[in-house]
Design a binder for this molecule. Sequence first.
Ligand code: PMP
Length: 356
Amino acid sequence: MAEFNGYTAEMGEAKIRLNGNESFNDIYKEYLSESLENGLELNRYPEDESIELRKAYGKYVGVSEKNIIVGNGSDEMLQLIIGARIKKGKKFLTVCPDFSMYDFYVASYDGEIIKHDFYNNGEFDLEGFIEKGKSENVSLIMFSNPNNPTGGVLTEESIIRILEEFKDIDVVVDEAYVEFYGNSMIKYISKYKNLIVTRTLSKAWGLAAIRVGFLIANQEKIEELIKYKVPYNINSISQSIATSAINKPEIMEENLKIILAEREYLVKELKKIAENNQGKIKLYDTKSNFIYAQSEVKSEIIKALENFGIVIRNFNDDKFRLTVGSREDNSKIISIIERVLRGDNFAGFAGEGSCL
Ligand code: PMP
């Protein structure tokens, strides 16, 4: 058993997963049994069009169900768009870094991925992005906003510029984390026929297990793209749980407040550590439920966290990303990172079967 600042960790104990940007609270358990009470028939295929779910989400975001396709996670919707627009010889423009699945889908449809640095001297280089898209003659543009993994955002004005400059191709704004930011582009789907927004229940809604996401666009676009949707893609249990959850958004909103308060706490404490350890750790501003950071002692931080069962996202360079956790998890993280930066070698538990 390893011990540190009052925390103990046993090898093999349950992992604290702060690598997937999920909600740390499991708030909709009761809807599982409710879906049975609502007359769920396991012998029947699910309702193919997910009508009730589309109506519920449409009401929540202020559009008609005719503006929505439901996906098995927003992942399915991203794949559907890429599959419809990208093939050999076609180019896809995104920012770097961004969600790794874009690369996966574009490669699987034999397309070419073009990337533009998200941070260029600390700011998004809008003109360079537009120039690259034009000179490369791209067929599709897609980026996450807030951006995963940095947590940064493109302003509404910047996105409108992109929509105006690329009127003939689809511009997909992946809003997987938008609830943590608050500014959606959905209000522009009628004005900009080339705008597609994707959303998910996996993050702020705390329903990653049921795999429900949405594609939102003007009606003509939906009528064209829905032809690519596979039949019965959303199982009946997911449809039922998702519809019940969306019909009571105040439950999610309450949970969102808790996550945002924890984000504030974690950012504040990590900033203090950064100030006290000049140059050793750099934090990026976040509008999401995770924090992106850079450190010369990244490997030590990751190993120390792992030793206490805390798993975070590691990148190939000197960057890492941690999902906002519960107060208990966040306090542990703060304490461990502080000790690592101070130069503690964790000798207290290095010989106890730990991996340090
Ligand atoms: N977009 C972004 C930016 C993401 O980070 C994720 C999940 N990590 C997704 C889309 C996919 O989410 P889901 O399929 O669970 O809706």
